[in-house]
Write a protein that binds this ligand. Structure first.
Ligand SMILES: *[C@@H]1O[C@H](CO)[C@@H](O)[C@H](O)[C@H]1NC(C)=O
Ligand SMILES: *[C@@H]1O[C@H](CO)[C@@H](O)[C@H](O)[C@H]1NC(C)=O
Ligand SMILES: *[C@@H]1O[C@H](CO)[C@@H](O)[C@H](O)[C@H]1NC(C)=O
Ligand SMILES: *[C@@H]1O[C@H](CO)[C@@H](O)[C@H](O)[C@H]1NC(C)=O
Ligand SMILES: *[C@@H]1O[C@H](CO)[C@@H](O)[C@H](O)[C@H]1NC(C)=O
Ligand SMILES: *[C@@H]1O[C@H](CO)[C@@H](O)[C@H](O)[C@H]1NC(C)=O
Ligand SMILES: *[C@@H]1O[C@H](CO)[C@@H](O)[C@H](O)[C@H]1NC(C)=O
Ligand SMILES: *[C@@H]1O[C@H](CO)[C@@H](O)[C@H](O)[C@H]1NC(C)=O
Ligand SMILES: *[C@@H]1O[C@H](CO)[C@@H](O)[C@H](O)[C@H]1NC(C)=O
Ligand SMILES: *[C@@H]1O[C@H](CO)[C@@H](O)[C@H](O)[C@H]1NC(C)=O
Length: 719
């Protein structure tokens, strides 16, 4: 008997910008392991669909996608709905030859081959392990693929070419080649290069201007795993209520079983608690941090006040020394109905004659398109929320905080109407240094995780603010159709940009630790330990140095540090059985877990050493529901020695006075590589009462290596 799982998959995938409201409901039916023959699988899928869908006309109409490589599954489109939102120094030591055998699989909006970042001169043929085929499309000669399963929309361009820019940006961050003098109209000039510039990029275009579908995402994952990619980078978001509703979580589990790390973006819905997405523990979830390079845009006002703001990407040079300045308070459209707030500077809110040729100060979301259409010269947008990200607009623009905004309004108020001047100018953005970096970007999604209380996410943060990287000339730099500026580089922000940084860091580590290439074996013929398939554990190796008042819920284990990750010393190893046990503890049934593990899994036969917190996860998080109950819990952990053959690690605990953290087995003595040792972390403390959260850490140190795990205790209601 075959058990069918009919999952109404939520069409919820998103990438950083753009939105649309067309979508359909896809049903993905998983049946476990892949069958040997593709034809028989497809036939089976058709007949199964007819048997489960009562209305045979629907069954016939629905387009079926059969997954035949990594999973035995099919997807059928049964309904159309309306709810989809898109949403290292250069001299670093490198194993170049091995790096060029690394294939980074990117699922995104496609790739713009003519960007210098993707110049493949000198690369030669793909490594022999590559099993993928090349899909050639309109104006596209690369070796990449596209998926378009939405029958209701026709692809505007039938090729893996990137009409959105997002996929080119993410891919070039991961593995773009080194390009000197990259810049956006003079801004952020420098050498642009991916984390592993010699590595190969396999783009699986699963997102289109109208969005990304689960069906295409799973198809991309299926192919990527089968094609032989080494890592998978997915800067695509989407909230899921269960890992079963998340095709990437299912695909990433299959990838994990083959030693392929999947990295995903945490989401751009911060700074609010519980906004983190893509949270399966076998996925590396990445939040966004700032870099030491920032943008600074200066606004100058007639009374001599200068307001420096760093939140703008303004590449326009002022054509005049000074412009008149006004605000909606002085230029409201006389026929505006009272229910509309002129300060939003939305369509029709302003009196054209009073704003033409001026700089206008607006509050919150201003419509650049509208302001430009009525002849406005520049806009100053005041925001209540903290902003630490620059955006490009089709006219000169700066963001200011509410305080600066009030000062400017006072200035406009104090100026005599008849002078009509109250002059101002917005200068072109300059690149400056930010000594305070890194801190977590305000937009970066925060924990705790809605679906699993024992998992701390994001795992890590990486640069995701104002990133200059490759772009597509098939779209303007602001994505606005009335903008004629196209460029092979662009500056954009998001956890989408942070994710490929971590993918490339993992790829970089892989070139040193996970290599089985003939070259490496030649250099150390008697040492085949390099051939052991280690799942890269970047999470555990970082110093706490990122600043954020939401602490571990914002930055997880810390900021990426690929160089330190090369010599972790110890790793928290996890097998598919550990993850299966985790799913059992999360109350998934054995039958459901079998979909992930590709074999019959029964929770009763899986070892269960402890309660909810038994997953050998490199962080420890305790969620408390009642502020009045005292803290008492235990975490079981196992560490595997990957450093020196003989080593003695000591536990160093850092904890606030009120938290008692005891490590049972304070010292671990290893006598050989790959030896595994267990320890237990016991945490006790008084009721949290009005305390929101407590942060502590456990560090294993043999003096050469330091392996630090965050310990985080928090109160649900206060989040
Ligand atoms: C393909 O390239 C040609 C020549 O550069 C251009 O005119 C055409 O618009 C391109 N087609 C698409 C779909 O981008
Ligand atoms: C988590 O749950 C809260 C409350 O129901 C909700 O507002 C939030 O959107 C959820 N987060 C995600 C990522 O689904
Ligand atoms: C007021 O807004 C309307 C559009 O809603 C526009 O047609 C009209 O020209 C505006 N009035 C002035 C004085 O700009
Ligand atoms: C500016 O003047 C308007 C109208 O008189 C007034 O409502 C507003 O409070 C003033 N704002 C500031 C910041 O002075
Ligand atoms: C803006 O309006 C305020 C309040 O009515 C007035 O005092 C000020 O002179 C006006 N400024 C300009 C530049 O029109
Ligand atoms: C699993 O089920 C048990 C028993 O019903 C319950 O106590 C526990 O909270 C559930 N765990 C999760 C993660 O839902
Ligand atoms: C799962 O169990 C069923 C029934 O015992 C058996 O027929 C099937 O071959 C098993 N599948 C795998 C993948 O072990
Ligand atoms: C915690 O104790 C306080 C004071 O005794 C009480 O008001 C409150 O309801 C208790 N909260 C819970 C969740 O039990
Ligand atoms: C990690 O666990 C897997 C599965 O149990 C095992 O194959 C692998 O050798 C382990 N890695 C190390 C470094 O021991
Ligand atoms: C907790 O509440 C008590 C009593 O209301 C107060 O004295 C104390 O400062 C509060 N502690 C914190 C961390 O807010």
């Amino acid at each position: 008997m075959i058990t069918l799982f009919l999952l109404a998959v939520q069409p919820h995938w998103s990438f950083t910008h753009g939105s649309s409201d067309t979508v359909r409901k896809a049903y993905i039916v998983y049946m476990g392991e892949a069958l040997q023959s593709k034809t028989s699988a497809t036939d089976l899928h058709h007949s199964l669909l007819s048997s489960v869908v009562r209305d045979t006309s629907i069954a016939q109409q629905s387009k079926i996608h059969s997954y035949t490589k990594s999973f035995n599954a099919f997807a059928a489109m049964l309904e159309v709905l309306n709810n989809y939102f898109l949403k290292m120094p250069q001299s670093v030591k490198r194993n170049n030859q091995i790096e060029s055998n690394i294939i980074v699989g990117v699922l995104d909006t496609g790739i713009y081959m003519d960007s210098p970042s993707f110049d493949d001169k000198g690369f030669g043929l793909p490594p022999s392990k590559w099993k993928g085929s090349c899909q050639v499309g309109v104006n596209f000669t690369g070796c990449n693929k596209f998926y378009h399963d939405n029958p209701s929309t026709f692809p505007s361009i039938e090729s893996p070419a990137d009409e959105e820019g997002h996929g080119s940006h993410a891919s070039s961050i991961a593995a773009g080649v080194s390009i000197a003098g990259a810049n956006l109209y003079g801004l952020a000039e420098g050498t642009a290069r991916g984390g592993v510039p010699s590595a190969r990029i396999a783009m699986y275009k699963v997102c289109w201007l109208e969005g990304c579908s689960d069906v295409d995402l799973l198809a991309g994952m299926d192919d990527a795993i089968n094609d032989g990619v080494d890592l998978i980078s997915i800067s695509i978001g989407g909230a899921a209520s269960s890992y079963l509703d998340d095709p990437i979580a299912i695909g990433a589990f299959h990838a994990m079983m083959k030693g392929i790390l999947t990295t995903r973006s945490a989401g751009n819905d911060g700074p609010y608690a519980s906004s983190v997405e893509n949270t399966a523990p076998w996925i590396m979830t990445v939040g966004a941090s700032t870099m030491d390079r920032q943008f600074s845009t200066l606004g100058k006002f007639g009374n001599g006040v200068e307001i420096a703001v760093r939140t703008s990407v303004n590449i326009f040079l002022p054509k005049s020394r000074i412009y008149p300045l006004t605000s909606p308070g002085n230029a409201t459209n006389g026929s505006l109905t009272p229910d509309k707030d002129p300060w939003t500077c939305d369509f029709g809110t302003l009196d054209q004659k009073k704003v033409r040729g001026k700089i206008v100060l607006c509050k919150e979301k201003a419509s650049a398109g509208y302001l430009k259409s009525v002849g406005v010269i520049g806009m100053i947008i005041t925001l209540q929320e903290k902003v630490d990200t620059g955006f490009s607009f089709t006219l000169p623009a700066v963001y200011v905080d509410a305080n600066a905004g009030d000062k400017i309004i006072t200035y406009i108020n104090s100026t005599k109407v008849r002078l009509t001047l109250s002059p101002a100018v917005i200068y072109k953005t300059k690149t400056t240094r930010n000594a305070a970096a890194p801190f977590v970007a305000s937009f970066s999604s925060r924990g705790p995780v809605n679906v699993s209380s024992t998992i701390l996410k994001p795992n890590i943060v990486a640069p995701g603010v104002d990133i200059l990287a490759g772009y597509s000339k098939l779209i303007s730099i602001t994505a606005s159709p009335d903008d004629n500026r196209v460029n092979v580089y662009n500056v954009i922000s998001g956890t989408s940009m942070a994710c490929p940084h971590v993918t490339s860091a993992a790829a970089y580590v892989k070139t040193f630790l996970l290599d089985c290439s003939p070259a490496a074996i030649k250099s150390c013929p008697n040492d085949n330990r390099f051939c052991k398939p280690l799942v890269v554990k970047l999470v555990i190796t970082y110093e706490l140095k990122v600043k954020d008042d939401q602490a571990e819920l914002a930055y997880g284990a810390d900021h990426i540090d690929p160089i330190r990750a090369l010599q972790p010393g110890l790793i928290y190893n996890l097998s598919k059985y550990d993850y299966a046990r985790f799913l059992c503890n999360e109350n998934y049934t054995g039958i459901a877990i079998s979909l992930f593990t590709n074999e019959n899994t029964s929770c009763s036969s899986l070892p269960n050493i402890g309660g909810q917190d038994a997953l050998n996860y490199p962080s420890m998080s305790l969620q408390l529901n009642n502020p009045n109950s005292s803290i008492s819990t235990m975490f079981h952990r196992k560490v595997t020695n990957v450093g020196s053959e003989k080593a003695i690690y000591k536990a160093i605990v850092k904890a606030p006075a009120i938290l008692k953290v005891t490590v049972v087995a304070k010292q671990l003595a290893f006598s050989h590589l790959h030896e595994e040792k267990s320890s237990m972390v016991v945490i006790k403390g008084p009721p949290l009462n009005n305390i929101t959260s407590l942060s502590a850490s456990l560090e294993w140190s043999d003096t050469k290596h330091k392996v630090k795990s965050p310990i985080f205790v928090y109160l649900t209601q206060k989040m």
